[in-house]
Design a protein around this ligand. Structure first.
Ligand SMILES: *[C@@H]1O[C@H](CO)[C@@H](O)[C@H](O)[C@H]1NC(C)=O
Ligand SMILES: *[C@@H]1O[C@H](CO)[C@@H](O)[C@H](O)[C@H]1NC(C)=O
Ligand SMILES: *[C@@H]1O[C@H](CO)[C@@H](O)[C@H](O)[C@H]1NC(C)=O
Ligand SMILES: *[C@@H]1O[C@H](CO)[C@@H](O)[C@H](O)[C@H]1NC(C)=O
Ligand SMILES: *[C@@H]1O[C@H](CO)[C@@H](O)[C@H](O)[C@H]1NC(C)=O
Ligand SMILES: *[C@@H]1O[C@H](CO)[C@@H](O)[C@H](O)[C@H]1NC(C)=O
Ligand SMILES: *[C@@H]1O[C@H](CO)[C@@H](O)[C@H](O)[C@H]1NC(C)=O
Ligand SMILES: *[C@@H]1O[C@H](CO)[C@@H](O)[C@H](O)[C@H]1NC(C)=O
Ligand SMILES: *[C@@H]1O[C@H](CO)[C@@H](O)[C@H](O)[C@H]1NC(C)=O
Length: 522
């Protein structure tokens, strides 16, 4: 009778062990990851959805300007002396307008950014500060003409002198508010014969940095006002309901699944990664070594490389950082050859220089992007300056800390510098004595850091997860103990091979009837 009961107990506990092993190895993780997916997927029932649609806190958008302190000397061929001024700090608000949901688990949306000057974060700097910077849009215009038809550069320059009034040299003396957002006035009302040509071209296809003036006789040019004024997109993004590993991947931009800008190249045209606002949860057994983001400003995908596991705000996180091969030259990374087909300079095939990206195919203007202060770029670029440019990893890299369970960005900073060539041109009075080189205008720093309230929420869900984890192992441990106890009981009742007597004091302690054993000895 007793034997039968302990046998049954043994059977049940063995069953419980099998069940808890299955739960621990498969059931719990499955349930947990399903719950997480429910909360992170882009669906109006998920916890993340509203935060994804409208960021609960603004990003910081900092601008650092390169003030030229020896413009007169540079006009006579001296090396430029630069002075970095910044940050001019803005709060960047982001809101998405959902256009609809697609068949393949996608959502399409427009992204509107809004920038508001943050006086406190800018310290003593004001939007009314006057700076002397490289005249970006003038250089863009004259370089374009010079590359297409060098012989007419002199004539067209005459028109440009009227278009950009007061054009005595290739430098722009400007208030930072006009340089960034408000715009400098460009005049189409002059009497130069080639001015009609310039303004006619702008009428049919004006770059995003120019907007027609209200008077209809000119344009305003500024670096960033188009980002403030008009939404970008449409973007089409995977919602992660079918496969959470694909969450946040951009599949098309402006209706195209492929960027044709890079001479239609298969590799360079790929749209990879997310819009950097959202990433899929990280599978700890299969941590991706590259984190892709799609950057519409430069018409391409970039990636940050895994550095390792780290911690941020008392949570474990994976740390990714931009690496040298992301913007490497053709010789260092052959895949990159399609990004640099055109010569950006008379002296250089754009492909031979590390760390710079030709934006001509993307923005139709001869601009060159790089990391700030030419960080991770060829050192020969620094030789052009007489101070003011010094790359520093801490200040100039791009990185992100990702929380693995949800894929949330705990902290991230993205940095990009805009440069243009200053080119010596004999036919152009403003440029006849300058020496040729790559000239930086400014760099931007876009940063995200979660506010304490959201971090708190994340930490709480981690605590919850650790309870779930504890329950998972506790169940397993209980089942194992039950099996051992019942096995011993069964053994005691003689249904299993018995431990040798006296060899193990445990068997004595556990024995249900120690006295009967003692009796037998006698
Ligand atoms: C949520 O989205 C579904 C379509 O996916 C829609 O039918 C429903 O009305 C939405 N609910 C809310 C509260 O917006
Ligand atoms: C920029 O440099 C010029 C000299 O070229 C100087 O007069 C001006 O004050 C500087 N601007 C700022 C904001 O420091
Ligand atoms: C959905 O995916 C299938 C197969 O991958 C593809 O043929 C189809 O064009 C996609 N539909 C849309 C609307 O993108
Ligand atoms: C150009 O010069 C004129 C007269 O010297 C001055 O009134 C005007 O403000 C200047 N424009 C710019 C953009 O500096
Ligand atoms: C253009 O106008 C200026 C005065 O505004 C005048 O000095 C110049 O001769 C004119 N040029 C032509 C080609 O008519
Ligand atoms: C895009 O992603 C694929 C697969 O992850 C990778 O093989 C490819 O190199 C990436 N392309 C670019 C341009 O980064
Ligand atoms: C991290 O935790 C420690 C100890 O619990 C605490 O003193 C510290 O303030 C926490 N740091 C942050 C950034 O929350
Ligand atoms: C780049 O410029 C050099 C010198 O101007 C020229 O010899 C070369 O053919 C150009 N390469 C391309 C790809 O245009
Ligand atoms: C680059 O691609 C964008 C988006 O497809 C397009 O609007 C733009 O005109 C292209 N630029 C050039 C120079 O082809």
């Amino acid at each position: 009778m007793l034997g039968k009961r302990s046998k049954m107990f043994f059977g049940i506990s063995l069953g419980a062990l099998v069940v808890s092993v299955i739960l621990a190895a498969w059931g719990f993780p499955k349930i947990v990851s399903k719950q997480i997916q429910k909360n992170v997927q882009i669906d109006n029932s998920s916890a993340m959805f509203e935060k994804w649609r409208k960021m609960p806190m603004p990003l910081t958008f900092n601008i650092y300007v390169f003030n030229v302190t020896n413009a007169e000397d540079v006009n006579n061929g001296a090396k430029p002396k630069l002075q970095e001024i910044g940050p001019y700090s803005y709060k960047e608000y982001r809101e998405k307008t959902i256009l609809g949901y697609g068949d393949n688990d996608t959502v399409s949306y427009m992204l509107q950014k809004t920038f508001v000057f943050d006086q406190e974060a800018s310290g003593g700097l004001s939007e009314d500060d006057e700076v002397t910077v490289i005249h970006f849009s003038y250089m863009a215009a004259i370089l374009t003409v010079n590359d297409m038809m060098p012989s007419i550069s002199g004539v067209v320059n005459g028109a440009l002198e009227q278009f950009f009034s007061n054009l005595t040299d290739p430098f722009l003396r400007v208030k930072v508010r006009d340089l960034f957002f408000d715009g400098i006035y460009l005049n189409c009302a002059g009497n130069h014969s080639a001015l009609g040509l310039v303004c006619g071209k702008l009428k049919t296809d004006s770059p995003p940095t120019m907007r027609p003036a209200e008077d209809g006789k000119g344009y305003y040019w500024s670096m960033f006002s188009h980002m403030n004024r008009t939404p970008s997109g449409p973007y089409e993004m995977i919602r992660g309901r079918d496969n959470v590993k694909e969450l946040g991947h951009i599949v098309s931009y402006k209706g195209k699944r492929f960027m044709k800008n890079w001479s239609n190249d298969q590799y360079c045209g790929m749209i990879n990664g997310s819009d950097s606002s959202i990433f899929p949860p990280i599978d700890e057994n299969d941590v991706p070594d590259k984190l892709y983001t799609f950057e519409p400003e430069v018409c391409r995908s970039l990636y940050a490389s895994l550095v390792g596991k780290s911690s941020m705000a008392n949570m474990s996180a994976y740390y990714y950082e931009i690496s040298r091969d992301a913007l490497a030259s053709k010789s260092a990374n052959p895949d990159n050859k399609c990004f640099c087909r055109k010569n950006w300079s008379a002296n250089h095939d754009g492909c031979l220089i590390m760390g710079i990206l030709n934006l001509m195919p993307c923005q139709d203007a001869p601009a060159i992007a790089s990391l700030p202060h030419f960080y991770l770029a060829s050192e020969e670029l620094l030789e052009y300056f007489d101070g003011g440019v010094s790359p520093d990893k801490e200040k100039h890299n791009t990185f992100v800390y990702l929380e693995p369970v949800t894929g949330v960005v705990l902290k991230g900073v993205r940095r990009l510098q805009f440069n243009i060539e200053l080119r010596n041109m004999e036919m152009v009075p403003q440029l006849e004595k300058v020496s040729t080189g790559l000239f930086p205008l400014l760099w931007i720093e876009e940063g995200a850091e979660l506010p304490e309230s959201v971090l708190q929420e994340l930490r709480q869900s981690h605590t919850l997860l650790s309870y779930v984890e504890a329950v998972r192992w506790a169940l397993l441990a209980l089942a194992i103990i039950a099996v051992i106890v019942s096995a011993v009981a069964v053994a005691r009742s003689g249904l299993l091979p018995v431990w040798p007597r006296n060899a193990n004091s445990v068997s004595f302690i556990l024995s249900p009837h120690p006295t009967s054993d003692i009796n037998k000895v006698h």
